[in-house]
Design a protein around this ligand. Structure first.
Ligand code: UD1
Ligand code: CA
Length: 466
């Protein structure tokens, strides 16, 4: 088995994106384009991965390093191409990283949905001796390099801008992926010139040079256009995003997940679903989300980094943002509509969180309820607690965060402020409107507000005559 060295080209400007962000850092399915490509390269067990950067190099290198480290992976080797004189020139910069005994697998950093099996087929066709090109029939081949053949044999690639009318009619195009023995690649790249419509060193010219040398050139055709669709403009990015989302939606439906509308579903990460999960329209899932058996998600929910237990229901417009601490929702819990669960929210089984309730870094034990307009931050809430409308934990003194402990079976009346650190004893009741700043005993009624007075025969002020 010949070693595979992957070269990913990511130095281009991406002019048609009209963005300050380097093109390969634009996101598809929540991940940078280049990150999709690097992930595919990893699946091939490549000997090394070389990323050619140029436009926005420092930004791209930093972003890729952070992403790979985040995944616990080794950072690729970076090679800079400055200035950017074309794709052939880009690969020339990587040559010192490519030992003669290997196969170079060249990938475009802006073609994110390529699959490992397709790349493997390309490497297999190269077999350490041939130039293997991945090609595809495009209904509209505008902008792509066309594959010129004599009979069956591939003769050359002509770039769109250099192609004549007849050549532009060819619909078989170069996908941007090739596998080529390193030693031959070096020989051919040394002979590139830039006398073409764009004044660039085209990688695709090595096909003509290979043919001149009598070397074997093979085209591996794929029927799956989506895998080779490149991103050059916001329109193409959006089109590819929808195609990618539809593909993910279909895969979930095949597993039995019921999506109200696969065209209104967005997964920017991973979603792991039990049996009989139902997801209504316009939901967005980010990071790592697990939905247990029978979970129902109402319309317009945004759910990031969360573990939702079996039978739980998230009503419409619920926002769950687990970030690194994560959010856990227990079995049979009811959340929303319009609820907000922030990092470290940990709801036990059968917990109810109603509208306009925010929970952050707080655990609620079995059967606890906060049904309306409330804040629970840095709190430990016991079983069956009822937390009244409008109540809040005052967890922040302006410098430090403090914890509120509400023991089992407590009833917090409406509009209470629990000034942390404070503990409300088991079975206790807090009178509505109280500001509680001292621990309360178990089973007591605690009231902390001005005593009610009534002034008899009170005369309201009257309007003065002008
Ligand atoms: C390229 C191919 C074309 C193919 C198409 C498939 C060439 C000359 N043309 O065209 O045949 O059909 O891809 O998507 O190769 N890049 C660099 N340095 C440069 C120029 C580009 O690293 O100097 C990188 C870009 O960042 C990008 C990739 O190479 O990731 C392709 O460049 P791009 O300008 O998008 O090439 P296309 O015109 O799409
Ligand atoms: Ca391109």
């Amino acid at each position: 088995m010949t070693a595979v060295d992957v070269v990913i080209m990511a130095a281009g400007k991406g002019t048609r994106m009209k963005s300050r962000l380097p093109k390969v850092l634009h996101r598809l399915g929540g991940r940078a384009l280049v990150d999709h490509v690097v992930a595919r390269a990893r699946q091939l067990q490549a000997r090394r991965i070389v990323l050619v950067t140029g436009h926005g190099a420092a930004q791209v290198e930093e972003a890729v390093s952070a992403l790979e480290r985040g995944d616990g992976q080794a950072v690729p080797a970076f090679v800079r191409q400055e200035p950017q004189l074309g794709t052939g020139h880009a690969v020339q910069q990587a040559l010192p990283q490519l030992p003669d005994d290997g196969i170079a697998l060249i990938l475009n950093g802006d073609v994110p949905l390529i699959e490992a099996a397709t790349l493997q087929a390309l490497v297999d066709s190269c077999a350490g001796q041939r130039l293997a090109l991945l090609t595809v029939e495009m209904p509209d081949p505008t902008g792509y390099g066309r594959i010129l053949r004599s009979g069956d044999a591939v003769r050359a690639i002509v770039e769109h801008k250099d192609a004549d009318e007849a050549q532009r009619g060819i619909r078989e195009v170069y996908s941007g992926f090739m596998a080529v023995p390193n030693a031959l690649l070096k020989r051919w790249l040394a002979r590139l010139t830039n006398d073409n419509a764009q004044g660039e060193y085209y990688l695709t010219d090595i096909v003509r040079l290979a043919v001149d040398d009598g070397a074997e050139v093979v085209a591996v055709r794929t029927a799956d256009k989506l895998q080779v669709d490149g991103v050059n403009s916001p329109q193409q990015l959006a089109d590819l995003e929808r195609a990618f989302q539809l593909r993910q939606a279909r895969a979930l439906m095949e597993q039995g997940v019921r999506l109200a509308d696969p065209a209104r579903f967005d997964l920017r990460g991973t979603l792991d679903c039990g049996q009989d999960v139902e997801i209504d329209v316009n939901c967005v899932f980010e990071g790592k989300v697990r939905l247990g058996e029978g979970v129902r998600i109402g319309p317009n929910c945004v759910i990031a980094n969360a573990d939702i237990g079996a039978g739980a229901v998230l009503h419409a417009f619920t926002h769950v943002e687990g970030e690194s601490a994560g959010v856990r929702v227990g079995e049979g819990a009811l959340v929303g509509p319009f609820a907000r669960l922030r990092p470290g929210a940990d709801l036990g089984p059968e917990v109810h969180i109603g509208n306009f309730v925010e929970v952050k870094n707080a655990s609620l034990a079995r059967g606890a309820k906060a049904n309306h307009l409330a804040y629970l931050g840095d709190a430990t809430v016991g079983e069956r607690v009822n937390y009244g409308a409008g109540s809040i934990t005052a967890n922040y003194d302006g410098a430090n965060k403090h914890r509120t402990v509400i023991e089992d079976d407590v009833h917090i009346g409406s509009n209470s402020v629990l000034v942390a650190p404070v503990t409300i004893g088991r079975g206790g009741t807090v009178g509505g409107g109280s500001v509680i700043s001292k621990d309360t005993p178990a089973n007591a009624l605690s009231v902390a507000r001005a005593k009610q007075v009534s002034i008899a025969n009170w005369q309201r002020p009257k309007k003065q005559p002008k």
